[in-house]
Design a protein around this ligand. Structure first.
Ligand code: 5AD
Ligand code: SF4
Length: 440
C-alpha cells in the first residue's frame, strides 16, 4: 500500500474536496499519512482567493524540494485554484513538480497519477468541461464523526470585480437533488448529527443567478431526515437571499440560527464598482428581515478594505455598517489584485500601508462587538452539540451552540454527538464558558 499526504489551503469547499481526494485514492491502494516525509505521493490543494493564500502554496512547494531530492520516486501534485489558474506555468516554474490538476479534474486523479508514475511524464490537466462527481462521504475520511460537509453546488456566475473564483472554479453547477438527499440520509444513518451544505453561492442552488426556490425546496426535503439534528449552509450572496429563504429560519426546526452573509463594503459607490448588485440599504433591509424572523440569529460576514478607489469616507461607511449591524464575527481582508478579475485593472489603488491601517482599525472595532455579543449570551441556556474533550483536556468539554459559538464546560462523563443544555456564565473573545445542566 502506498501513502499519500494531502495539504489543504483555503475554504471549506477545499477541505471537502480533499476528503473526496482521499476517498478516491483509497480505492486505488493509497492510505493517508500525516507525515510528508514518509509519503509516496504529496498533494497540495490550493487557494488563490487572496495573494496571501496563493503565496502559501509556493512556500510549501519550496519546503518540499528537499524531500523530492532525497526521494526521486516521490510524486508531488498541485490541485485547486492555483493549479487551475497557473496550469502549465506551474510546471515551468517548479521543476520538481510532477502533476497539476484543475478544480474539476479530481475524479481523474488516479489515472493522472498512474500516467506520471508509469510513463515518467509531467502533466498539467486543467480542463473545466466536466463537473466534479461527488461521492457520498465516508466516515473514515472526515475530520469529525458527528459533523459533515456536503457539496451541493460549485462554481460561480457572479463576477464580482475583485474575485478570481468564476475563473478558477468555473460556471455554477448544481448537484442533482436526489444525490444530495441520499448522501445526507446515509450520513445521518452513520451517526452524523450536523450537516453543512457547501457551495460558492448556495442560495442560487438549482437556478443560477436568480432567487433559488430550488434551495428552499432542498432545505425542506432535508428537514425530515431521521437522525439529522442540525443543518447549516455557506456561503450566501446577499442579492440571492430571498424572502422564502429568510422564512425558513425559525420554521425549519433543524436549520440553525446562523447565517454567513458577506457584505464586503459599506459604501454604495464601492459596492457598485465591486459589481455586488445590492446596496447598503438592501443589505440592511435583509438583515432586519432576518432578525425580525429570528431575533436570536447570529450573523457573520466577510469584508475587505482598500478596494481600488476606496476613500476615507467610504471606509467610514464600512465601519458605520459594522456598528449598525453588530455582526457576531467578521472575516476581514486587505484587498489584493487577482488577475484576471476586473478590479486588478482598476485605477486608484490604495497604498498597502493605508490598507493595513484601515484593517487594524476595523478589526479593533469588531473585537469589541464580538465580545459584547458573546457577553450578551451570559445568563441564557443553550443547546450544545458535544464535539469532544477540549484542547485543555481533563474534565473540560467543548461543543457548539446552534448559533455556531464554541462553548467550554466541565463534565465527568459525556458522549460526543449528544446535545446537552448548558447555562452560559461568561462570554470571551472567541468562546463561551458555561455549566452543564444537572439533567444532562
Ligand atoms: N482581495 C481581498 N479579499 C478578497 N476576497 C475575495 N477576493 C478578494 C481579493 N481580491 C475575500 C472576500 C470573500 C472572501 C472569501 O475573500 O471577502 O468573501
Ligand atoms: Fe480559495 Fe475560493 Fe478557491 Fe476556495 S474557492 S480555494 S476560497 S479561491
Amino acid at each position: 500500500m502506498k501513502q499519500v499526504h494531502i495539504s489543504t489551503f483555503g475554504c471549506q469547499m477545499n477541505d471537502r474536496d480533499s476528503e473526496l481526494i482521499a476517498q478516491i485514492l483509497s480505492a486505488h491502494d493509497y492510505r493517508l499519512t500525516q507525515r510528508p516525509e514518509e509519503a509516496d505521493l504529496i498533494l497540495i490543494n490550493t487557494c488563490s482567493i487572496r495573494q496571501k493564500a496563493e503565496e502559501k502554496t509556493y512556500s510549501l512547494l519550496g519546503r518540499l524540494k528537499r524531500l523530492k531530492s532525497r526521494n526521486p520516486e516521490l510524486i508531488i501534485g498541485v490541485g485547486g485554484c492555483v493549479a487551475q489558474q497557473e496550469g502549465d506555468r506551474l510546471l515551468e516554474r517548479i521543476p520538481y513538480l510532477d502533476l497539476v490538476f484543475g478544480t474539476r479534474r479530481i475524479n481523474e486523479l488516479p489515472d493522472l497519477i498512474q500516467t506520471v508514475r508509469q510513463q515518467g511524464r509531467r502533466l498539467a490537466e486543467v480542463g473545466m468541461d466536466r463537473p466534479v462527481r461527488y461521492r457520498p462521504s465516508e466516515r473514515s475520511f472526515r475530520s469529525s464523526s458527528i459533523k459533515a460537509s456536503v457539496t451541493i453546488m460549485h462554481g460561480c456566475n457572479n463576477y464580482c470585480a475583485y474575485c478570481v473564483v468564476p475563473y478558477v472554479r468555473g460556471p455554477e453547477w448544481s448537484r442533482p437533488e436526489r444525490e444530495i438527499l441520499e448522501e445526507v440520509r446515509s450520513l445521518a444513518a452513520q451517526g452524523v448529527k450536523e450537516v453543512l451544505l457547501l457551495g460558492q453561492n448556495v442560495n442560487s442552488y438549482g437556478s443560477p443567478g436568480r432567487d433559488g426556490p430550488a434551495f428552499v425546496a432542498l432545505l425542506e426535503k432535508l428537514e425530515p431526515i431521521e437522525g439529522l439534528e442540525r443543518l447549516r449552509f455557506t456561503t450566501s450572496h446577499p442579492k440571492d437571499l430571498s424572502p422564502a429563504l429568510i422564512g425558513c429560519f425559525g420554521r425549519l426546526s433543524k436549520l440553525c440560527e446562523h447565517i454567513h452573509l458577506p457584505f464586503q463594503a459599506g459604501a454604495n459607490t464601492i459596492l457598485a464598482r465591486m459589481n455586488r448588485r445590492y446596496t447598503r440599504e438592501m443589505f440592511l433591509e435583509r438583515i432586519r428581515a432576518l432578525r425580525e424572523r429570528c431575533p436570536e440569529m447570529a450573523i457573520t460576514s466577510d469584508v475587505m478594505v482598500g478596494f481600488p478607489g476606496e476613500k476615507t469616507v467610504d471606509f467610514e461607511q464600512t465601519l458605520d455598517l459594522i456598528r449598525e449591524i453588530g455582526f457576531d464575527d467578521l472575516f476581514s481582508f486587505r484587498y489584493s489584485d487577482r488577475h484576471p478579475a476586473q478590479a486588478s485593472g482598476f485605477p486608484d489603488k490604495v497604498p498597502e500601508e493605508e490598507k493595513r491601517r484601515r484593517l487594524s482599525e476595523l478589526q479593533a472595532l469588531q473585537r469589541g462587538i464580538t465580545l459584547a455579543r458573546h457577553r450578551g449570551q451570559e445568563g441564557t441556556w443553550q443547546p450544545v452539540l458535544v464535539e469532544g474533550i477540549s484542547k485543555k483536556g481533563g474534565r473540560e468539554w467543548t461543543g457548539r451552540t446552534r448559533t455556531n459559538k464554541v462553548v467550554h464546560f466541565n463534565a465527568d462523563q459525556l458522549e460526543v454527538g449528544l446535545t446537552v443544555a448548558v447555562y452560559i456564565e461568561k462570554g470571551y473573545a472567541h468562546s463561551l464558558r458555561g455549566t452543564l445542566s444537572p439533567q444532562s
